[in-house]
Design a protein around this ligand. Structure first.
Ligand code: PLP
Length: 460
């Protein structure tokens, strides 16, 4: 659905450029071999267009760069801590917060403070670090996302929704007192950047009130989720992203946040809550793992740049171009017949690697294989979101073999142009044309946790 007739040209102009290195195919073959066929282990100098992640890779504005100069590097009580607090109160509406070095710092805090051994933590699909922190705190993650989210070809507009019958079943099975909170993610990353609707959240809100279960939002991409609510949900077309984010946060008790995504900074995060007592505990926890509670692992200047970034992330024009660019890349790939997850999400286009390489078994690691092939083809770096990311079942030790076996093309915010999108799509088409000749990969090194970051592979 288009909001305006004209296309979504970038609402900024370029003041400074960073030159890209071009490589030959031979150089790329050598580089990916040395990286153990894991795109995380490539040197960024060997990468042409970097779509590994949208985490911490966005371009800051001139206003954010100026904010760095306003850094107050006092050990305690920095003015930047208060400016960031004001931004959180204004845009997210939470009363209290604790800064953290990045998102997982806040997940660590929330999990350790609220989860007891044997608890169950529902979530609208898992996120890697989120689930790991829940498990480390003694909790069990339970997926309560709607079934549509697990079907790459299903075009349901709100694949991030919670299936209320799964919530009811969980409460019936384990009892509400074993469920301290639900972790609700905006624009569900692992489902392809898929939003939940306000209607679904309101339903969840009344359900959770009834059972005294807290809702903690993973607010990492909530402003992008708000853009989808604006463009897809009845009654929200005339509301701003800012108003929508504020409203949806009002149905939650607090959030964990990786500011490296929506908030347009290279590093940072926070934990926010309306519960004063919990905040005090979080501040105390912060001192052990992050730093004093008025900087939480960040420099003063980082907090200031984040305060400005939060404001910019709430701009309708910003989100229109941000999400518009991702949609454009999706359309180009579809034109070539490349199988992608639909509808296209907010931060990335996900290629369905099972459909791209149907001759590979899931234990031949199709997504990992395809990511390596795309790099060799063109120097475009993408990442695996499939069997390798999903890890092994702690009980059986087998690969989890998730339903979704995806390759993620993640777009940093405000970094690449439309011409880059065309080059990316053309390069992937070249891999598509030779897909039948592609063989799989096997592990040669596998770390214990979050294995996708550091595993090494060789060709089968
Ligand atoms: C990135 C991310 C996190 C973790 O944040 P970090 O800043 O990488 O520690 C948590 N949840 C979601 C949805 C994310 O995308």
């Amino acid at each position: 659905m288009t909001i305006e007739k004209r296309s979504w040209a970038e609402p900024y102009k370029i003041k400074m450029v960073e030159l890209l290195k071009m490589t030959t195919r031979g150089e790329r073959e050598k580089a990916i071999h040395e990286a153990g066929y894991n795109t995380f282990l490539l040197r960024s100098d060997d990468v042409y267009i970097d779509l590994l992640t949208d985490s911490g890779t966005s371009a800051m504005s001139d206003d954010q760069w100026s904010a760095l100069m306003r850094g107050d590097e006092s050990y305690a009580g920095s003015r930047n801590f208060y400016n960031l607090w004001d931004a959180i109160k204004e845009f997210y509406g939470y009363k209290y917060y604790v800064p953290t070095h990045q998102g997982r710092g806040s997940e660590h805090m929330l999990s350790q403070l609220l989860i007891k051994e044997g608890d169950y933590i529902p979530g609208n699909m898992y996120f890697t670090t989120t689930r790991l922190h829940q498990e480390k705190a003694g909790g069990n993650f339970v997926d309560v996302i709607v079934d549509e989210a697990h079907d790459a070809q299903n075009e349901f507009q709100f694949k991030g929704n919670v299936d209320m019958s799964k919530m009811e079943k969980l409460i019936a099975d384990v009892g509400a007192d074993k469920v301290p909170y639900i972790s609700l993610e905006g624009n569900v990353n692992m489902a392809g950047g898929q939003p939940f609707s306000m209607e679904n959240l309101k339903e969840l809100y009344s359900f959770c009130k009834k059972h005294d279960i807290k809702i903690y939002l993973d607010a990492t991409r909530t402003a992008e989720n708000a853009w989808f609510i604006k463009t897809r949900e009845k009654g929200y077309e005339n509301k701003s992203v800012k108003e929508i984010v504020y409203e949806l946060c009002s149905y939650t008790d607090g959030c964990t946040m990786s500011a490296k995504k929506d908030s347009l900074v290279n590093i940072g995060g926070f934990f926010a809550t309306n519960d004063e007592e919990l905040c005090k505990k979080a501040q105390n926890f912060c001192v052990i793992f992050e730093g004093l509670h008025t900087y939480g692992g960040m420099a003063g200047r980082d907090m200031e740049a984040m305060a400005v970034g939060i404001k910019e992330s709430m701009g309708d024009d910003h989100q229109r171009a941000r999400v518009g660019q991702v949609q454009y890349l999706g359309q180009q790939l579809q034109k070539y017949g490349i199988p992608i997850v639909l509808p296209v999400g907010s931060h990335a286009v996900f290629i369905d690697a099972k459909a791209f390489l149907p001759h590979l078994d899931q234990n031949d690691l199709p997504s990992q294989t395809l990511a390596a092939e795309i790099y060799v083809e063109s120097g475009v770096r993408v990442m695996e979101r499939g069997n390798v990311s999903a890890g092994r079942d702690p009980e059986t030790g087998e690969n989890r073999c998730p339903k979704l076996e995806l390759v993620r093309l993640t777009l940093p915010r405000r970094v690449y142009t439309q011409a880059h999108m065309d080059v990316i799509a053309e390069s992937i088409k070249e891999v598509w044309d030779r897909r039948d000749t592609i063989t799989g990969l096997k592990f040669v090194y596998e770390p214990e946790v979050l294995r996708f970051f550091q595993s090494r592979f060789e060709k089968k």
